[in-house]
Design a protein around this ligand. Structure first.
Ligand code: G4P
Length: 530
């Protein structure tokens, strides 16, 4: 292939890709929506194929159960399908009890996010946390308000909540006509059409083109009562709502909002089609060599997640790599930049809805799974030619803390080895108390403690004892060395160090944190490592 043809092909492949993650609180309908998207894309044929994580709700201490769940999440970590000329990659963001730093890190591999909200519940806790991570990256966020077939909250209240709680402005792409049992469908503002929710089981979707919302046909469909309400709402949106602004959508300042019902497939296809039009193709990534454009011919990528093998007899792991530029080909040699060695990518895997497949070639925006005999760390960069190193992945502030000790002191060496490796994998964060060097683990999800305990036993032969601590927040302390004094952080707080010897303060409450911030005006308390 000539250079020009290769470049053209590369650009086409990049242009057609959309890589996104769905952010939501458990039960909002993420599994259902994912499944419907895969059905539209023809990636699965039957509903019920995508396994939810229902079981993990009960599997707090039963490792086999956790393992099974982790197994499922290996195969569904990335789901790929084609739709009308696009190649779509959905990144799975574990929720429920397997919510962990992995969930946050996965978001760094996405170019946009779909925020799924239950219309009866509004913005919930987990959504808020995930939203903040997306916000910091400035990626576009698309909102799907789900379960319109049930009694939900007033749509204006929901939009108000997006603005008040999350600080993002919104533009409703469509607007519900009635709700709950009286849900008639939606009015599509851009296409000026009514999409009807009808048929005996509401599975039939009919589209009626109209001249505008004043059209008599809308009145007929909505019925007098709902029509009056609809007109009032739409007029209010036209007058007082934000205008649609593509640049703001791309900048993550304005979220297009879609109303629908995932379980009834209602509004999902319209959502998908609009999303594909408005969401960005793979974007340039920052690196040691400046911004790396996806259409750059040289292959590069970074590892954002490492998953331990389900089978404890094998220590091998799978490292998930996001391709940032160039074409990936099976068997190619690339530089492992941190280690400074060339490695051959021989058995790369791609994750489809149900199976793992060996991947022959892949392009920017795609995620591939690399067999990892223990050579990769979270954030490692691989590149072809040159030493491209992508910006370090952020460390997320842990919220749960446990003091950890080894039961048998003679096993200290294995203990240290296990802790080091699991820290590299990003399974846990480790802190040490100043002076006594006691070890404290920090995580964002309870399951991370259980995984740590189990893997220390199964893979390193070490029994550990975890003792939960009352701390809820960790803040990295930036202050002149001579001013740092552990004595200042004795009440409801504690001064510790992270693995790079940065000072970190753990706080029991927001109040304790605020008062420390007030009492130390020259210090900075950062949410992530400096
Ligand atoms: P999650 O992955 O976000 O946790 O949510 P999931 O898709 O498992 O959906 C949670 C529950 O919400 C499921 O019901 C699902 O059927 C229901 N659901 C999803 N979309 C809609 C919708 O548009 N309308 C209504 N009314 N319900 C919806 P479940 O009873 O917990 O499970 P199941 O027995 O139905 O599978």
């Amino acid at each position: 292939m000539s250079i020009d043809t290769a470049q053209k092909k590369m650009q086409e492949e990049v242009e057609k890709r959309r890589t996104f993650a769905i952010i939501s609180h458990p039960d909002a309908g993420k599994t259902t929506l994912t499944e419907k998207l895969l059905l539209f894309g023809g990636a699965i044929r039957l509903a019920g194929t995508v396994k939810g994580r229902k079981a993990s709700k009960h599997a707090t201490s039963d490792w086999m159960e956790i393992e099974k769940q982790r197994g499922i999440s290996v195969t569904s970590s990335v789901m790929q399908f084609d739709y009308e000329g696009h190649r779509v990659n959905i990144l799975d963001t574990p929720g429920h009890q397997d919510f962990s730093e992995d969930t946050y890190r996965t978001l760094t591999a996405a170019d946009s996010a779909v925020m799924l909200i239950d219309s009866a519940k509004g913005v919930e806790e987990q959504t808020k946390k995930l939203f903040q991570v997306c916000r910091k990256r400035g990626i576009p966020i698309f909102t799907f308000i789900n379960k319109l077939d049930r009694e939900g909250r007033n749509p204006f209240d929901l939009l108000e909540e997006l603005e008040q709680v999350l600080g993002i402005r919104s533009y409703p792409m469509n607007w519900p006509i009635g709700s709950g049992k009286q849900f008639r469908g939606v009015y599509d503002r851009a296409q000026t059409q009514v999409e009807l929710f009808q048929g005996d089981d509401h599975k039939e979707i009919q589209v009626q083109k109209v001249s505008g919302y004043q059209d008599d046909l809308v009145k007929e469909i909505a019925g007098e009562y709902y029509y009056d309400q609809l007109i009032q709402d739409l007029e209010l949106l036209d007058v007082a709502g934000d205008a649609f602004d593509f640049d703001k959508v791309r900048g993550g300042e304005l979220t297009p909002v879609f109303f629908g019902s995932a379980v009834n497939s209602f509004g999902v296809q319209t959502f998908l089609e609009n999303f594909l039009k408005l969401a960005p193709a793979p974007t340039p990534r920052r690196s040691s060599e400046g911004e790396i454009d996806p259409s750059n011919q040289k292959f590069s990528g970074y590892i954002f997640k490492i998953q331990a093998n389900m089978n404890p007899a094998h220590r091998d792991r799978i490292a998930f790599l996001r391709i940032c530029s160039g074409k990936f080909e099976r068997g190619m040699s690339v530089k492992h930049v941190r280690v400074g060695k060339d490695i051959k990518l021989a058995q790369p895997q791609q994750f489809l809805a149900q199976d793992r497949d060996i991947v022959e070639e892949a392009y920017p925006g795609d995620i591939i799974g690399l067999f990892d005999p223990g050579i990769f760390r979270i954030g490692d960069s691989l590149s072809q030619g040159g030493k491209v190193e992508f910006d370090e992945l952020p460390t997320f502030s842990p919220e749960l803390f446990s003091k950890v000790t080894v039961k048998n002191a003679l096993k200290h060496k294995q203990f240290q080895k296990g802790v080091d490796q699991l820290t590299e994998e990003g399974t846990i964060q480790v802190f040490k108390t100043v002076g006594f060097e006691d070890m404290i683990l920090g995580v964002v999800g309870q399951l991370q403690f259980e995984v740590f305990e189990h893997r220390m036993r199964a893979e390193y032969g070490v029994e550990v004892q975890l003792q939960r601590m009352n701390y809820q927040f960790a803040r990295w302390l930036v202050e002149d060395k001579e001013k740092i004094d552990p004595g200042k952080f004795r009440i409801n707080s504690q001064l510790v160090k992270d693995k790079k010897d940065n000072y970190v303060v753990l706080f029991e409450s927001e109040y304790a944190m605020r008062s420390a911030i007030e009492k130390n005006p020259t210090a900075k308390f950062l949410e992530t490592a400096p």
